[in-house]
Design a protein around this ligand. Sequence first.
Ligand code: PRX
Length: 647
Amino acid sequence: MGDQQCQERSYLSLKIYPPHSFSQKALIDTQQKYKALYKESIDNPELFWGKVAQEIDWFKPWEKTSNGELIHPQWFCGGSLNVSYNCLDRHLKGNRKSKRALVWEGENGESLTYSYEELTKEVCITANVLKKHGVGKSDTVVIYMPLIPQAIITMLACARIGAIHNVVFAGFSSKSLLERILDSGARLIVTADGGFRRGKIIPLKTRVDEAASLSNQIKKVLVFKRTGSAVQMIEGRDYWMEKERAGVEEFCDPAVLDSEQPLFILYTSGTTGKPKGIVHSSGGYLVQTAFSTKMIFDLKEEDLYWCTADIGWITGHSYVVYGPLANGASIFIYEGAPDFPSFDRFWQLIEKYKITIFYTSPTAIRAFIKWGLQWIANHDLSSLRLLGSVGEPINPEVWMWFYRHVGKEKCPIVDTWWQTETGSILISPLPGATPMKPGSATFPFFGISPEVVDEQGNPLPPGRNGFLVIKGPWPSMFRGIYKDENNYKKIYFSRIPGVYFTGDGAYKDEEGYFWITGRIDDVINVSGHRIGSAEVENALVSHPAVAEAAVVGIPDPYKGEALIAFITLKEGYLASTELVQVLKDHVVKEIGSLARPQEIRFLDTLPKTRSGKIVRRLLKEVSLQGRITGDTTTLEDSQFIDKIGKI
Ligand code: PRX
């Protein structure tokens, strides 16, 4: 066993208690209190969530806490509210009018601060512009923007008028953008002329033009100015936001919306070749994101909270925008990458703005480790009091580095497990109460009953790896896959009836700590981003040279997992390093740079079952070990094993 492995093993038995100084001031300060409240939440979920829901403002109180259903759940039935009102207006009544709501720094060093009063005004103006352009309740609006305040303002503006936002990550290609526009039925897109990334300009408006040219569904494009780069504006379709906002009212009444009114659709990768439009509600979603933010990040009035996620992902929705703003917190956002113009960009920002809570991903931390301690050493990070991790399993060693070198052993780390579908964090430590084990997401959040089960749904004893499932509904659970009822039921509720199937593997240890081991389906987690094998395979097969493709994920020291593509070529094409480059570029053009395969390997045949399904498992084994150990009796071409052994 290597030194590193030895060390990893020794970390596994480590237990780190929350620092006393932290617990003293924490909302939940002992494990006993957590356990008591957890029991209450499980014994009587209706009563528990009913109490929690009183922390947000309702225009009309709900009549029934929930319909009790796991499939198509409804929460706070009959109640009406407005999510933007809860994130903005209600704070103006108290003493948060001039409190910082949003602090932003651009990659080029520009900076902006909005108080709650200013943010409310901007949201109202944008909402009125949307209305002026015909957007109404339940219309879908695509948001394709860099991480600038206007992106968040537009999300909240949609929420204000009951429009459903569909945020598309700015790293996605025009094709991926088009796919999401078409599926969600959006007729209006809000974008920017571009965004800055590592000194370059991401041509967002140009990509919108490309997408729009392939469909006549898109009737209007509203454009914020960010980079000042020249863009084409089509008369009658494209409008500059700066011009549009002039002359609209500065206040917009928040729409009174049913608790179950969809707040947003967010596309995420699954096992099919097509991304799934995950639909979230208003009431249940807001109640649980607000409550979990308050408890898991132990929010205090003076905090400046930085979650480094982009708004294109669920973390950006729940823990950049809705959860923190519903609590009246001050949030910080940064437009750029952590390594530009230098490797200490994040530490500069923490020092400059005196960030107190820093929530990021294992991939980012692994990059910090690679760049070296010298980048961190000269920065004063003493403002930090709490750290968080999300998106992928965090290796114990990486956890320890984060704890020691960023948190200086005085900040608890909340390793938060959840998914786009769950809406909010389901498994996590409570920072003032939970003894932490590096690499474990620890215990379930209030109201959540996870279990590790076998293929038949039987609970497994400690230490045995199985499927992670969740028993019973929770308020922020997704309400469906947009226009895809079949897959909604099939993917999440069929394999093991009566529970929500997460698609993750996990085990519980003797003390009940949950350890997430990663996806058990054909979803690959690259740098915390979910990528479906089938999506990348479809992209590869759309190239004229490719006959068949199979994509697998293998462990990567920096990205968590890396994509390896195996392909067979059509007649007349020859394998070459040039073709490898061409195919990688092709995937980037089809999906976006996050799906670029790390390696492309050519084969003359792919391993298939007798029914014609490609056996990715074997390819993964080959990539990992250079040999095959699994069951191969159902393979169609037994010679394949000999062939693949030689590549
Ligand atoms: O495999 C799990 C992993 O990320 C998946 C969910 O991805 P997504 O819907 O994009 O949401 C990411 C942000 C919540 C999960 O199925 N995952 C997320 N958080 C963790 C994690 N794996 C281990 N530990 C975590 N803390």
